[in-house]
Design a protein around this ligand. Structure first.
Ligand code: ATP
Ligand code: SF4
Ligand code: MG
Length: 343
């Protein structure tokens, strides 16, 4: 039996209305940061969200915990429509979803002791006594691999990895269902990244968490995520299990990201020529018509400039939006052999 998703975005769009330039005519531009997004995450699942800078990952993550304005569409959380939840009901719901950021230093109050940083969400969201809060803070510090006596210290007394552990403890202490982790590894060195990934894994099992894990590093998330969603210029272009995306990517953009991902083997990595995606990402205020990727796609066809491809199924959980990958046209995805090499 399939269970209903814990979080579901239905046709969700987020727009930012920009100011019109002093000398420009016409309406003020609207940045389409997230466009008609359909995405669901099952309870206990880790969904990795990848894509280049500016494609809308953080905005989607924030929209999914109701901290970015939803222009159109619906957000369903645990079976309830929370798109327009406001006031006290939204405040109460907030303890069920939390966010962890890239830079733990700027997300921790430098003037607050770690105890107060961890106690604050409990004071806001629960009616627990001071003694109960003390116990919980100690237990949570232990759960993230820190000594409970660290509660008396300040953020500047810790290393980057330890600070990220504290930020994770602050998010998990209210026992949320859903955590959006926005590039939580980017500020850490490689060995620390692996330790923090392991911590995310342990905490998911121990506290029954569900993650939306945002990363620009495809290679890093494959071993950790159940499914991977690839975003380009505000839209979802491919989604599938980590295995489906690595071994059988369907969208040219996913293929380009995979080709650019560093190899875990340093000797291979040193000799590798990294194929870069050519061209700049177009402005999300003026996205290209048709397929948004057509201005950079190595196999773009005439129809791509006019017709926006729909998401097509390639298996139970594997979907991609590309005319050339659609069944019946998939031969177009293989480059033609050079004519003079033919016998
Ligand atoms: N508050 C805002 N006001 C106006 N535009 C915004 C705002 N937040 C994001 N944007 C724009 O929305 C688009 C998506 O931004 P977002 O930060 O979600 O991308 P991202 O994929 O997280 O990028 P990065 O990998 O650099 O973090 C960008 O063009 C960005 O400039
Ligand atoms: S729809 Fe066309 S332009 Fe878009 S990714 Fe597929 S082939 Fe490339
Ligand atoms: Mg971001």
């Amino acid at each position: 039996m399939t269970h209903p998703p814990l979080v579901e975005a239905r046709n969700l769009s987020v727009e930012f209305h920009m100011r019109r330039g002093l000398f420009s005519r016409g309406p003020a531009p609207v940045v389409q940061a997230v466009r008609n997004m359909n995405l669901s995450i099952q309870r206990g699942e880790t969904l990795a969200l990848v894509g280049e800078s500016g494609c809308g990952k953080s905005t989607l993550g924030r929209a999914m915990i109701r901290t970015a304005p939803i222009a159109h569409g619906e957000l369903i959380f645990d079976g309830k429509d929370i798109t327009t939840l406001a006031g006290e009901t939204l405040r109460r719901a907030r303890s069920r979803f939390q966010m962890i950021f890239q830079d733990p230093y700027s997300s921790l109050n430098p003037k607050a002791r770690i105890f107060d940083t961890l106690a604050e969400p409990l004071r806001v969201h629960t009616s627990e006594s001071t003694a109960q809060i003390r116990t919980k803070v100690s237990e949570m510090l232990e759960a993230v691999g820190l000594d409970p006596t660290f509660a008396a210290r300040y953020p500047h007394e810790f290393s980057g990895g330890q600070r990220q552990r504290i930020a994770i403890a602050r998010a998990v202490i209210v026992q949320p269902d859903f955590i959006v982790a926005d590039e939580p590894l980017s500020a850490l060195d490689v060995s620390m990244q692996l330790q923090i990934l392991k911590l995310f894994d342990d905490l998911r099992d121990r506290f029954s968490l569900t993650y939306l894990f945002i990363s620009h590093d495809l290679a890093r998330v494959f071993s950790f995520a159940d499914r991977v969603a690839v975003m380009y210029l505000g839209k979802l272009v491919e989604i599938g299990t980590a295995a489906e995306i690595t071994t059988n990517p369907r969208h040219p953009y996913t293929k380009a990201l995979l080709a650019a991902a560093p190899s875990p083997d340093p000797t291979i990595e040193a000799d590798r020529e990294v194929p870069m995606l050519s061209g700049d990402i177009p402005s999300p205020a003026f996205p290209p018509p048709g397929c948004r990727f057509h201005t950079r796609c190595p196999i773009a066809m005439e129809m791509c400039k006019r017709i926006d491809p729909e998401m097509t199924h390639f298996g139970n959980s594997h979907m991609a939006a590309c005319h050339a990958a659609a069944p019946g046209l998939s031969h177009l995805n293989t480059p033609e052999p050079e004519k003079d090499l033919l016998p």
